[in-house]
Each structure stands twice: as structure tokens, then as C-alpha cells.
Design a protein around this ligand. Sequence first.
Ligand SMILES: [Ca+2]
Length: 490
Amino acid sequence: MNARPLGPIFAIVLLIVGCLAWPAAVRGQDAGTIQKLLDSAQPGQTIDIRSGTYVLNQPWTLTKSGTQEQPIVIRALTQGGVVVAGKAGFRLQGASHVVIQGMEFRHENLQPAVRLVDCQHVRVTRNVFHLNKSAAKRQNWIHITGGKSGHNRVDHNLFENKAVTGAYIAIDGSEAAPFKLSEGDRIDHNHFRAIGLDDDNQPALKGVRAIRLGWSGAIATEAGSVIEYNLFEKCRGDAELISVRSSGQAIRYNTFVNCVGHVTLRHGMNNQVEGNYFFGENRKAIGGVAVNGQGHKLFNNYFEGMSLPALLFNNGSDTTGPGVVPRHASKDVDLVFNTFVNCLGGTLHIGVDGGGAWKAAPTGLNVANNIVIGYGEDLVAIKTAGSEVEWLANIMYHAGDKEKIGVELPGEQIRVVFPKLRQAGGIWRINHNSPAVDVAKGEFDYVTTDVDGQPRPKGRDIGADEFSQTPIKIKPLTEADVGVEADKGN
Ligand SMILES: [Ca+2]
């Protein structure tokens, strides 16, 4: 029997059956239609939102989940063509495997642009956030909360022009005891810029910050979230530019340019600050990292042109009261293999007492294998007598006055010598004939690469940079490396 070609009716039936089995992309172009599509979303479905301005009085709400293989994708049909205006953005509750992509959030600062409650594996990618600042309400623009949240990703977005208190991104958790923080989230390849005005004569905006990780009640959670490969530019807000109030977090491979304040390890333990570039450009009120708490590791970081002391090891305080949680003194913290260049306000301040309020001095600090070179204030200042520091194999050099190291220690602890730095690849780095080459001391086995991502063979070099001919993997980030247009195709 000869096979007959499929008839047109059969083909149409096949098409209909196919549509039922595989949810196709659907399109909507008014806020109410979009909400209906969200209400009926299925795994594998893409909801394409047509270009236009959508004025929301209530957030678009999603409680449905995709799967790892078949996420629910909510995206602007044309990248950046969807403007979310009005009073709210998205609220996802109990959702997982969802992607929010390509929007521009311009609504009033009354609710977060994206709020995730008990959500996992939600990706917020390639969006622009610049909420309308007319509503002076404390607000986080992306807020992750709920004790079941974790493993969400915020990547390749632009955040700009925040002027009202709160953070661009805040990660919280359960709102009732036992407190648990969202875990395993990743914030990467974002561009955070323009908090306040780029003007040293204007006051910085207190309470406005780029990122907050947790709160003091949740420090028992070893959260394991990562902030990496982000560019922070002209964020001239709170003294705690990034406020870490949790444990087990990593801040690495980011670039900070002209950002007021410090990356602050305020509460928590075992946090890691690795391989970041800090460029202060000698602007006002700019620091590097401030430390409270125990077990942190700070290594392979590069600091240049800070105007505040680049590194603060803070005292602890037992002060408690409504809303006041004790800050623990810096304890058992490694500051190793970092390079500090021309930090005019001083470089290492140890035993910082918060204007006298914090009494307990730091203990068990390891300050090893760092290069500190500069002029201006003393490079080191011990602010509280009794601060316990193990110094080992640091190189320090004050370009103006040899006496201004700030401490007098044996050469195996702090060697006062010019480290022969040269400028290359955007930073000051050692040359083959530098006295820093091959003379690092101590274990610190976790330091196996340098600030460039190059390997550190045995007999490691002092400072953030290992002198190496292997390819450089990590560079100071520029605008081209981050935000909505970077890494297209990933
Ligand atoms: Ca290197």
C-alpha cells in the first residue's frame, strides 16, 4: 500500500496537540493581561511582554514554578522595551526556576522592583533599575526574603541613581525566629553606580547602600552567597557600602571606583574578601574594608588612592539595647597577600574604637605578605593598646618619611624597603627584580592564585600580584564587562 501524504487537517490537529504539550511563548500588552498570564504560567512557558510602559498599582505576582529544565521566563520581547511604571514591580512568592529579563524599572520607590519571598533558583537578569526617587520611603530595590529562599541569581543588571535609604539589593530571610538567611545566592556581573552626586562638596547619602547581606539576627546561618565580578562606581552613600551582617559570604573579583565608605564585615563569621580592586581616586571619604567579627580571610585585594584608612580592624562592643546588637571585635582574621598603594589617610588602622564606644581590642590577627606603599599619614596606626597582631613578611615603604611606617618591628615582620612597583594593566605591580619576589612566608594554603587569577607556584611573592608570564584571567572591570550588554550569548 502506498503511503499517502498527511492531509492538511491532520497537520492542524498535530499543531494543536503540539501547542497543548509544549506551552508556546505568549504575549501580552497591558498590565492586567500580563497578570492573567502569570496566574496560568506553566513550566517551560515564556511570557513575552510587548514594548510599552506598564503602570502598576499592585505588583505583578507569580506563585507558579518552573523546573530546572523548563523554567518560566518572563521577559521583555525587546530588551529594555518594557518600562515598569506606577507603584510596584514584581512579587514572587514560593516560586522557583523563574527568569525575569530585560525590563526597565522606573516605578515609584514605594515597593521593591523585585521581591522574592521563599523563592529558589530565580534569575533576575539584564534589567535596568532606576526607580523614581519622588517617594521618600526606605526601600530595597531587589529584596530577597523568607526562610526558604536560596540559590537565586541577580546578574547583568544596571542599578543607578539611588537617593533614598535602603539598598540596591538586600538579602534577608525568615522574619520570625529561628532566623534563617537566604543561602547560596549569587550577585554577579552587575553595574552599580551613582548613589548621590559625584561631588566631594556634597554630603554622602547616609543609609543608601549598594548591597546588604543579612541582618544581625541571622548571623548563625553560614549563607554561602557570592558577590562577584560586579563594578561599583560613584556609589557615594552610606559608610557601609556593602554591609555584611551574616556568615560564610564571599565578596570577590569586584571593582570599586570612587565609592564612599567601606565594604563592611559588621556582623558574622568566616567571610571572605578576595581579589577585589579598590580605586579611590583620592576622592573624599573613600575606604576599603572594615572588619568586625571572627574567622574572616582577606587576600589578593588591591587598594589604591583611598582617602580614609584602607583597612579598619574594629574593636568590639557589648552595648545592647532595642535594635542594638553587640559588634564583635576583629578576631582570628587573616589579612594576607594584599597590595596597598598611596592611601593618603593611612592604610591599616587596628583597634578602631568607634569614637570610644567600642572597648574590646582585636585579637589573633594575621597580617602577612602585604605590600604597603604610600605617603601622607602613617601607614599603620594601632588605635587601641593590646591589639594582638602577628606580623609576618610584610613590605612597607613611606615615600615621604621613613619614620612614618607607624610601628617599629623586626625586618622579618615588616621590612622597610622600596618594593620596585611599576604600573601595568591598570595597577601598580612588582617587577622581576622586586624584593617581594619569592619571599612570602607562612602557610595560608588557600592562597593559590593572585589578583590576576595567575597561579602562585611555591615560593610565593609578597603582595596581591604574583610576578608571572601566564595569561591574566581577572582584570579591573570596566563598563563593558558588566550590565545588560555584557557577555551576550551567555
Ligand atoms: Ca600577577
